[in-house]
Design a protein around this ligand. Sequence first.
Ligand SMILES: [Zn+2]
Length: 394
Amino acid sequence: MRRINLKKASVARSDTIRHINRQIVLNYVRERSPISRAAISHETELQRSTVSLIVDELKDQGLIEEIEGESTGGRPPTLLRLRAAGPIALGVDVGTKQTMLATCDLAGRLIDRGSFKTLPDADATVEKIIECAGRMITKGRGVEAIGVSVPGLVEPERGNVIFIPHYRWRDWDVAKRLKQATGLPVRIDNDANAAALAELWFGRPEIREVRDFVMVLVEEGLGTGLVFDGQVYHGDSGAAGEFGHMTIGEGAPVTCAAGNRECWEAFASERAAVARYAKLSRREEGATFSRLVDAALGGEEAGRAALVETGRYLGVGISNIIKGLSPEAVIVGGEIARAWSLISHELVKAVEAYSLCRGMKSARIIPSTLGETPRLMGALSLVLSSKFAAVTTA
Ligand SMILES: [Zn+2]
C-alpha cells in the first residue's frame, strides 16, 4: 500500500477513469496485437461500446490501425494493431566511444540510424548531436520527442546531467540545447536506467511480466538500473543504482572511473576483462573487449579464462544486490551477453554460493535480449514508454 504524496497527487477528475481505460486498451493492442474489439472487451470486462469509443479515439490520434484478419468462413474479422506509420521517436545514446542516434516507430522498430565518434569536448559533442538529430528529424517527419541516454549521473525530472565520469563533464546542458535547437521535448536519463526501461517495455516477454528486476549494464564501466513495481527507481537526485561502486574486494585488475580498486566496476567491467586478458595472453596492447569476446568464442583459452573470471565477479556483485533488494530477476546487458554460454555457469555458481546465507533461492539471472544496443533502445524507450504508461496520481 502506498502513502499518498500530497505534493504530487492530482485528484481524480471526471476524465481520469476514461484516461486509465484508454491506456489499458492501448496496451492490450500493443501486447496482444492483432486483437479484436470483442477480445479486448472480453478480457478487460469493459463494455463493447466503451471499447469501440476508445478505439475510435486511438485511431483518430494515429496510434492504432485496423487490419483484416483471416476469415473462418464468413466475413473476415477486423483486428487492431499499433499503427506502423513511420518514425515517432528519436533516440540519442551518448556512449564513451560512439554516440548513436536512431528513429523508431510506435512499436519500437528502428527506422533510421546514424553515429559518430563521441568527442572529448562537451560543447562539440552537443553541436554534433544537434546536427545529426536535425538531419534525422527532417528526414523522419512525425518525430514527436527525443530521448537521450548518457553514461553518468542525471536528474531526469530537471533534465540535468550532473556528471559524466569518463569525460569529467559537469552540468552538461545537452537536453536544454537539444530542445532549443529542435523545438521538441527531450527526456534524459542515465544509460543503465534507460536500458532497464527498455527491458521493461521492449524486452523478452517473460521480463515484461516481471515488475521487480535489476538491470546490470556491463560496459567500460558498470551501471545498474532498478525497476520496482513496474517503474524505474531513481532515488534522491536520480543517483540510485550506483552499485558499480560498491566495495567487493581489494586489488582489482583496473581502477573504477573514480580511481578505486575496490569497486565492483573495477572487477567486473569490460575494462577489467580486457586487463585480465592482456595479462593471461601476455599481449599488453591492442586488445579490445569485442576482440576478446571473439577470441574466447573462437576457443582461445586466455580469452575464455578472462571472461569466466569476470563472470565470477559479476556473480559476486549480483549476490549482494539480491540480498539487499530481492528482485524477481537480474538481467545482464552489454556486449558480454554475447558470451553468455561461456560465463553463465561460473556467474550463477558465484551468485548461489554467496546467496546461501539468505536462506532462499536466488533470483533468475538472464542475459539481455536487447542486442548490442541496450542504451539506444533505452533512449528510445524514454519517449515510447510515455505513450503507454499509466498516469500516476499518487
Ligand atoms: Zn568506484
